[in-house]
Structure formats: C-alpha cells, structure tokens
Design a protein around this ligand. Structure first.
Ligand code: ZN
Length: 413
C-alpha cells in the first residue's frame, strides 16, 4: 500500500458572461482573470515592499541579507494591502494566502546556498504562467451537481465550472469529493491559462494498492535507444513515435516568427500556431509514453535501465534532434514513477557500464564494436563463443544482468 501524489489536469470552461442566479454561482472568465491578476498583484506588491525595506536598511548601513521573509512579516504586509485595495476581497482567501506562500518559498530558495536560486523577481503579464491556486479546506474544492444534475467543479467561493476529462479522472475526482472515501484526497487545485484556454490541475493524494503481477515479463532490462525508443531484454522492440508532422509545423512557425516584426499581428498569429503545435506534440508524446510505461510496469516485478548519458547525446549532431523530439528522459521519469507507485523494483545501471560491448552469453568484452564510430553495427558474432547478437537486445540483456547484480549485491552467474 503506497500513498501516491498525482496531478490531474482537466480542461475547464468558465462562462463568458455573468450567469449567476439566485440558486447557483457560475465561474465566469472575468472572475478567473481577476484571481490571476490578484495573485500576481499580491506577489508583486509584497515583493516591492520587501525590496523598499531592504533599500532603506542598506541606506542606513544595515546588513540586508539578514532580514527574514516569513509568514509573520508577510501577513502584516497583506493586511495593509487589503485595507488599501478593496478589490483584493474579491479573491478566494486561500488563493490570496497562496500568493504569499509562493513568495516566501521563493525567498527561502534564495537564502538556501545549495540551491543557487536567484533573488525573487516581479511577475509580469508577459513571461509568466497565468495561474492561481486554491487550497482545499473543508472540501470547498469538489465535484458537485448543478441544477440540471450535470457534474461541475466547485472552486470554493468562485462557484461552479463546466469541465471535460476522461472517465478515469472523473471517477478519481468523484472519489476525492466524497468525504466518506478515505482513499483519494484533493489537496489543492491550480487554475491556469494557456493559449487562452483554461485548465484546473488537481493535486491529489491517493492510496494505491499494487496489482498482482500476471504477465510474462517478470524481470526486464531496458536499453533506451535513439533510433528506437527502447529495446527490452525479451527482444521486444518499442519504436519511437512518429513526430515528423508536428516537428515540421514547429519549425515552419518558428521560421515564420523570425521573419515577422515582434508584436505585429502576423507575429502573434505565428506564435499562436507554434504554441498549438508544440502542445500537440507534448500531448501526443505523453499519451504514448503513458501507455508504454503502464504496459511495461504492469507486467514486471523488476526493471533495470541504463542511465544513459543523454546530455552527451545532445552534443552529438546525429542524435540531438531525435532526442529533443522523443525526450527519452521523460520516458524514464514516467517509468520510474510508476515503478515506485506500483512497488516494482527499479534499478539504474551506471552510465560507464559497457552494456553494448559485453557478450551476454559468455560475458567477454568485444572491443570491436566500442565507440560512437561503430554505432552502425546492428548485429555481430561474439569472437569468443560465436553467439550471434542483435546489438540492442544484447545490451538490454546485459543491463538486466547488471541490474540484478546490483539489486542483490552479488554476482549472478
Ligand atoms: Zn560470447
């Protein structure tokens, strides 16, 4: 039994106009926009106050790095702001608090020498994600039926909003809304705006009971490739997704943007298209990776992968574009996350382990296929035991062996 944290993103549709009547409140676009604005406003005003105070201290010769930004000091500032600006009362109270919590943690990161974070900067309309966050206090974020008995999301005092999501997510959110169901809890929700579309990202905690392993893939080694996404030690190959169309569109609109005057109508148009295709690519890829990783994890009890030197691939001109498109690191992260969630043992074999050069039959090293120059050799015969090998399958078999060795701490013969 594991407690797992998950983010569930659903599209929401705030109403264009004010549609409130006596019995129910509907979230409209202007309410969402004003919360986004207020979130930014509080962050910036509090930061401005702190910066001014620092400047004053500096002027009188004090050490400014010693001032501490915490909840107590920020509460005072927020209190003053609320007296001065009455529109702040329109925001949901936990979202007002959240803005300040984010500022405090930005300062915490700045003071932490290990993180090497930059001094907090003002949030601008242009280069920041438009978001605000509501903490779920006493079930004020939940799924609720509207007066026509349709499911709506209730966003605290903001009211009800229409949404769309998969059956699975809908069911999870229903369970999170049910007080009598202790297995799923909605912790908080972030409302965000991307390309003029609105989304609610639910942060949930749920108790996960791993399923019994029934498939054939009990123990598996995985070689992460470039021409193929992955090759498994049971000789199964997982191809890369064909992203040529999306990539071509992205390049096309990038080019178009570079030929237009920044800020012009045509520039904005191209930018919108670029964002659209970029989101499409990411969505398509995530969907594919989710399916593949679920399949592998569902059928395995032990997984070993080689933590490949992906940065080195980036430097290699033959690979870099493919790597950027296919993001093998995202694949690995998803795989690792699902293994942890489902209680499957996950081992990373170190980079320096020469998985491609060792013969998985006799264990001898074949120096002839080492190096980037010999990457074209797809199949070879072992000079010691004459075993015939497919390069990638052999590598994944070695990765599995090495992973099992590392797991038990002894050599497997
Ligand atoms: Zn051999």
């Amino acid at each position: 039994m594991n407690v797992v944290k998950e983010n569930i993103e659903v599209r929401i549709y705030p109403a264009k106009a004010d549609m409130n009547d006596k019995c129910e409140k509907i979230v409209n676009i202007s309410a969402v926009e004003s919360n986004i604005g207020i979130y930014r406003f509080i962050y910036n005003k509090e930061l401005e106050f702190i910066n001014d105070f620092k400047r004053l201290l500096l002027h009188y010769g004090y050490d400014v790095d010693k001032i501490i930004v915490n909840k107590k000091s920020c509460d005072v500032i927020l209190h003053m702001l609320r007296q001065e600006y009455s529109f702040l009362e329109k925001a949901e109270s936990s979202s007002r608090q959240q803005s300040q919590i984010d500022l405090i943690s930005a300062f915490k990161n700045y003071y932490n020498v290990n993180l090497k974070a930059q001094h907090p900067v003002y949030k601008s309309k242009k280069n920041n994600k438009d978001t605000f966050r509501i903490i779920n206090n006493r079930n004020n974020v939940r799924i609720e039926k509207d007066k026509y008995v349709y499911d709506k999301i209730k966003l605290a005092v903001l009211g009800l909003v229409k949404f769309k999501t998969s059956k699975k997510y809908r069911e999870l959110l229903h369970r999170g809304s049910d007080k009598n169901d202790p297995t799923v809890k909605i912790k908080h929700v972030t409302v965000k705006k991307v390309n003029d579309k609105y989304y609610a990202v639910f942060n949930i905690e749920r108790i996960h009971i791993p399923k019994k392993i029934t498939g054939s893939l009990q123990q598996v080694g995985i070689d992460i490739g470039c021409s193929k996404l992955a090759v498994l030690s049971n000789t199964q190959e997982i191809p890369n997704l064909d992203l040529r169309k999306e990539a071509a569109k992205i390049i096309q609109y990038q080019k178009e943007m570079s030929h237009r005057k920044p800020g012009s109508v045509r520039y904005q148009k191209a930018k919108k298209q670029l964002n659209k295709w970029y989101q499409k690519l990411i969505r398509k890829r995530n969907d594919y990776y989710n399916k593949i990783t679920t399949y592998i994890v569902k059928n395995s009890s032990f997984i070993a992968v080689q933590n490949e030197n992906i940065i080195a691939w980036h430097r290699n001109r033959h690979f870099s574009r493919k790597v950027q498109l296919n993001a093998p690191r995202t694949f690995l992260e998803k795989l690792e996350y699902k293994c942890q969630r489902d209680g499957v043992e996950f081992i990373k074999v170190p980079q320096y382990f020469p998985s491609t050069q060792i013969c998985s039959e006799c264990g001898e090293k074949n120096e002839n296929i080492a190096g980037i120059g010999n990457i074209g050799i797809r199949e070879w015969d072992c000079p010691h035991c004459n075993a015939h090998h497919n390069r990638d399958v052999n590598a994944s078999k070695n990765i599995l062996k090495k992973g099992l060795e590392m797991a038990v701490g002894t050599t497997v013969q």
